[in-house]
Design a protein around this ligand. Structure first.
Ligand SMILES: Nc1ncnc2c1ncn2[C@@H]1O[C@H](COP(=O)(O)OP(=O)(O)O)[C@@H](O)[C@H]1O
Ligand SMILES: [Mg+2]
Length: 209
């Protein structure tokens, strides 16, 4: 907690998502931003921040990743500022987990979206670690759906070569992709078993990639 009167006042009403390590709040006065606060002691974030600074310096194309934008003081402590990924009308974009559980996209559309994200990461030399379907959001703009990585952009180890050599970058992305695909497959099968894969016709017209 902080007494600082200038601090951004956050309450539980601003929470938009809870991850394993962090709680994500909508910025109370700017809906284009969100603020992440560690649940416990700050762990992963330092390496993540350093890696984002590295990507910014090398001029990487960060179109499909939510980029760390600096620290901010809040009533709940120091938080990390990120762009909030939202759909056309300002609704927070759904995570891939929610999209699958709600049967909003077909399997082949999801596979295509993931393939596009994979190609983007590898061709732009962006390393990842620990990606799960909770770390990808599906941003709807008109009829277009883009998969955006909102967490998991990080150097996977302390070896400075990993983030610089294309073959090592690909290896890092491949590793996180294998565990991502296992989780996606499990969710798809659960959803199919529940009959969620029966595509909702109203949503199908507006939820295409
Ligand atoms: N930039 C963002 N735009 C929209 N929603 C987000 C964003 N970042 C996080 N979220 C939501 O908050 C949840 C937790 O954030 P995340 O950064 O994944 O925390 P953790 O590091 O604990 O996994 C996500 O699963 C997602 O639902
Ligand atoms: Mg996460």
């Amino acid at each position: 907690m902080t007494d600082n009167k200038m601090a951004i006042q956050l309450t539980s009403t601003h929470v938009i998502g809870i991850g394993r390590d962090r709680i994500c709040y909508r910025h109370p006065s700017d809906p284009d931003f969100c603020i992440k606060l560690p649940k416990h002691r700050e762990k992963q974030t330092r390496r993540e921040k350093e890696y984002f600074l590295y990507l910014l310096k090398k001029g990487a194309d960060l179109r499909y990743v939510a980029t760390y934008m600096g620290d901010v003081e809040t009533s709940l402590g120091t938080g990390a500022l990120f762009p909030m990924i939202h759909d056309d009308h300002g609704e927070v974009s759904l995570t891939l987990t929610q999209v699958i559980q709600q049967g909003l996209m077909q399997r082949d559309q999801i596979e295509q979206g993931l393939e596009r994200l994979y190609d983007y990461l590898v061709s732009n030399g962006i390393c990842t670690r620990d990606i799960s379907p909770n770390n990808i959001v599906c941003r709807r703009r008109g009829k277009q759906v883009d998969f955006i990585l909102i967490d998991g952009v990080s150097s996977p180890n302390h070896n400075p070569l990993t983030i610089r050599i294309p073959a090592l970058i690909r290896q890092a992305v491949n590793k996180s992709w294998r565990s991502l695909m296992t989780k996606v497959e499990r969710l798809l099968q659960e959803s199919e078993a529940l009959g969620q894969s029966i595509f909702h016709p109203l949503q199908s017209s507006s939820f295409q990639i």
